[in-house]
Design a binder for this molecule. Structure first.
Ligand code: NAD
Length: 500
């Protein structure tokens, strides 16, 4: 099924994707999928104004009723999982299984948010004063801006939107300029849900297609109370000070440089399968992609030999075909960045296995590569950087302390793993002296998180948390309340003021 047909099925009207100044091409074979226009700052500002207007009404709708809208959205997503997943594959290039998985993640977060809509609870706190009670209440924060990256073109928005909407925040979404069509389609499904819901104030949820200008406007506009920005660390470095300058709240989900430690007791069958999915899956284009493999010296040679052989067998090809495990890179720039990293690795004494371009019949203009495994003598400046392509650097270590030091030496802090059957090693890695990341796993790879946990990372990954656990608190404002039900006015800290 072609893009136009899918968009039509998903409820996107022709004028939204059939004309416009910007061509949208598929990374699969370069085919033109549609045309869109980019909003300017004035249009983005108008969207924020409408969302700000919607906030006045939405914030007083009872949270479980707000959850009902998200429940309907989940229903729309369930019904549209196949066409939307396929459109993700056409526009982003990830394999169909992962395109469908991305939509499933949207469904899962809707389910989570519906339950959450009845659990936005605060604490009651013992007061030091007689006849007094203290408590915490949580209120909607205001408009939530969402800036998303190309590699999860719709799921990241859904993580934010489902939670923000039940929390009482209208949403203005600026998707990646590389994936506008899936954004229009996903938003059309929410529009369907809003129509069925019947009581969504105008402007409650909007998608604004555009580039940096729109993102900058969301960063600067004081009416955007919370800005959730997902993308490169470079982008976060630009966005964060702008939001901070107006004392706005930013949830930053930026680049990763994720590692796995393979200890002497590791189950090597598990390691092989986990590494293939985490390092080569999604063509290395996940923020949680495994980029560094730290292997104990006693098993380094067999582990690397096994992985090099497995890499040679990976089926690279058209992501719509069921047997394919690795689809194309997003564009030629990603290919060039990968090849430049491999050249740099060679110059630094690295031994490069695979990593070459693969020609896929019928899709010759797509940038397909065999994932690369690079044996590095040391953790050089190159290894410190996130190259957003399937390049896995392998390094050897002698002691767990040395491995953890190497692990934590990079500037990013998103996801991490240890493969071991030694309880002590696992617990040390999970402890305060272990991994410094936001996601720390044992015997599974660093990628493929479930929505139930809070997602995000430390250091240059930005420190934000979204999705499950108590990440909802980032979308609400907290009020501390003290209620006096006595006839006296005792002051805190026993202060005496005046006659009493
Ligand atoms: P990118 O930084 O190029 O773009 C991301 C988004 O930011 C796009 O919508 C873009 O238009 C916008 N943008 C760029 N510069 C901006 C600016 N100055 N002001 C406002 N908006 C701006 O990233 P990408 O290439 O689309 O995605 C890949 C990157 O995203 C990788 O670094 C990856 O690790 C990261 N990522 C992180 C997470 C996470 O949760 N931590 C998830 C997905 C992707």
């Amino acid at each position: 099924m072609q893009a136009a047909e899918l968009l039509n099925r998903l409820g996107v009207t022709r004028e939204r994707f059939a004309r416009g100044a910007f061509e949208v091409r598929s990374p699969i074979d370069g085919a033109v999928l549609g045309f869109v226009d980019h909003a300017d700052a004035a249009a983005a500002s108008a969207a924020v104004a409408a969302a700000h207007g919607a906030f006045r009404d939405w914030r007083v709708v009872p949270a479980p009723k707000r959850g009902e809208l998200v429940r309907l959205f989940g229903e729309e997503l369930r019904a549209a999982k196949e066409p939307l997943g396929r459109l993700v594959t056409l526009e982003n290039g990830k394999i169909l299984q992962e395109g469908l998985g991305e939509v499933q993640e949207m469904i899962d977060i809707c389910d989570f948010a519906v339950g959450l809509s009845r659990q936005l609870h605060g604490l009651t706190i013992a007061s030091e004063r007689p006849g007094h009670r203290m408590m915490e209440t949580w209120h909607p924060a205001g408009v939530c801006g969402v800036i998303s990256a190309f590699n999860f073109p719709v799921a990241v928005w859904a993580w934010n939107a489902a939670i923000a909407l039940v929390c009482g925040d209208p949403v203005v979404w600026k998707p990646s300029e590389k994936t506008p069509l899936t954004a229009l389609a996903a938003h059309a499904l929410l529009e369907r849900a809003m129509a069925r819901f019947g009581a969504a104030p105008p402007g409650l949820s909007q998608v604004v297609i555009g580039g940096r200008v729109v993102g900058e406007l969301l960063a600067d506009d004081p009416r955007v109370a919370v800005l959730s920005a997902t993308g490169s660390t470079r982008m976060g470095r630009e966005v964060a000070p702008r939001v901070a300058a107006r004392f706005g709240r930013a949830i930053l989900e930026l680049g990763g440089n994720n590692a796995a430690i393979v200890g002497p007791s590791a189950d090597l069958d598990l390691v092989e399968r986990a590494v293939l999915f985490a390092a080569a899956g999604t063509a290395g284009q996940r923020c949680t992609t495994l980029r560094r493999l730290l292997v104990h010296e006693s098993i380094y040679e067999p582990v690397v030999a096994r992985l090099v052989a497995a890499y040679g067998r990976i089926r690279v090809g058209n992501p719509l075909e069921a047997a394919t495990l690795v689809g194309p890179l997003i564009d030629g720039r990603a290919f060039e960045a990968m090849q430049a990293a491999l050249a740099e690795a060679r110059a630094e004494g690295g031994r490069v296995h695979h990593g070459e371009r693969v020609t896929v019949p019928g899709a010759e203009s797509g940038f397909y590569v065999r994932p690369a495994l690079v044996e590095m003598p040391t953790q050089t400046a190159l290894v410190w950087r996130e190259t957003f392509a399937p390049v896995l650097y392998a390094l050897r270590y002698r002691t767990l302390d040395a491995a953890i030091e190497l692990h934590n030496a990079v500037p990013q802090g998103l996801a991490s793993s240890i493969f071991t059957n030694d309880l002590r090693e696992a617990e040390i890695f999970l402890s305060a002296a272990g991994s410094d990341c936001g996601i720390v796993n044992v015997n599974i790879g660093p990628s493929g998180a479930e929505i139930g946990g809070a997602f995000g990372g430390e250091k240059e990954t930005g420190g934000g948390r979204e999705s499950g656990s108590d990440a909802w608190k980032g979308y609400m404002r907290r009020a501390t309340n003290t209620i006096n039900y006595s006839r006296d006015l005792p002051l805190a800290q026993g202060i005496r003021f005046g006659a009493d």
